[in-house]
Every structure is written in C-alpha cells, then in structure tokens.
Design a protein around this ligand. Sequence first.
Ligand code: ADP
Ligand code: ZN
Length: 216
Amino acid sequence: MNMIIMGPPGSGKGTQASRIAEVYGVPAVSTGDMLREAISNGTQRGLEAKAFMDKGELVPDQVVIDIVKERLAEADAQQGFLLDGFPRSAVQAESLGETLAGAGKKIDLVINVAVPDDEIIRRLSRRRVCPKCNAVYHLDHQPPKVAGMCDKCGADVVQRNDDNETTIAHRLEVYRQNSEPLIEYYRNMGLLVEVPGTKTIDEVFGEIRAHIEGKL
Ligand code: ADP
Ligand code: ZN
C-alpha cells in the first residue's frame, strides 16, 4: 500500500510513521530526515537545503521532488511506502501524482494528523531528537530513559536547529499557507482519513491502524 502521512510540524506524524513502517513492513520516507542527513553528510543538496530549514522555510520544490523520486525508485519501495513530510506544496503533490502515474502506481491512503497550534508550540519547544537514528523524544511526555541519551542507539539527543520559538511560529505559517490546502486536495480525491493527534501515541496509532486495515 502507498501511503502519505500529513499534519502540522509537531503533530507526531514522524513517530506514527515509524510505527506504521514497522507494523506494515513499508519504508517510511521522511524528507525532513533525508534533508538532515544530506546536511550532516555535507552534500551539495544539504548545503542548499540548510539555509531554508534553519529559517523554517520550505526547501525549493525541485530539490525535494528529486530526493523523493530517487528514494521511491529504490527496491524496498516497490511493494509500498509511507511518505512523511512530502508533499508539502501543491507543486509537490502534482509532481508526485505524475511520477506515480508514470510508473503505473497511485496513492492509496492519506492520513492527516490534526493538532491545535498551542499544543504544537508546547510540543516542539520540548522536543529532542537523536541525530544518529532519528528517534524522537519529548522532555515531559517521552523523555529518554537516561537523561540526554538515545534509548535506541546511545547517542546524545539534541534540539533541532529549527525547534526554537521564532522558527516554530514561522513553520506554522508556512504550513497553513502551503501544506494545509493539501488536506482538501486529497479529500476531494477520496483518499483522506483524519485522526486527532492529541490522543496518546498508542491511541493515535490504533486509529491509524483501523484506517489502514479498512483499505487492505
Ligand atoms: P516538521 O514536520 O516537524 O516541520 P520535518 O523534519 O518534516 O519536520 O521538516 C523540517 C524542515 O525540512 C521543514 O521545515 C523544511 O524546511 C524541510 N522540508 C521537509 N520536507 C519538505 C518538503 N516536502 N518540501 C520542502 N521542504 C521540506
Ligand atoms: Zn538514536
């Protein structure tokens, strides 16, 4: 099954994406993770993306479109995939549709995780991430077992460059402007299901699961 998970920054979609990937055996394709990896590897793409990401702006469409195209052409994505953080603009959504159509494929399900603004700001400013394995933590709700250390790989957890209050506010604006309209776009295509991101991680996953099972 080919899926997309959408939601505002801090909606918990990355956490849900890992669970879905694990349970349904599809790769979670996160443009945010791939871009951060490009930055830490010092590639040309990474250099190009960093300035936009640090400001909370969208990276230019063509950059992410190319990354996703390459990733979806890999062997492990042929039996299904889950896109996390892509598409984030109308141009990206149209491009994805065309690329898939060209390969005789389509999107089967779009999951939207909804969370109100005040909750998003609370979550993002307390978020910590593992730069090595991309695990996500929250200082209050899901702290690492040993303070400052990733449960999964032992690396030091860090605060992302773009998880500061000014940039968070800007990311929310960018989301409203560019990405939120995609909810309507996919609803009109009959592909959208919505889950409230304010419940517990397990409860949200339970709802997502029910929607996926309904499509299998
Ligand atoms: P979040 O959802 O918490 O904002 P992500 O890791 O998905 O975190 O994205 C972080 C940043 O990476 C975005 O603010 C943006 O600069 C860049 N980015 C990720 N995906 C895309 C995309 N599809 N198009 C443009 N920029 C993107
Ligand atoms: Zn880790």
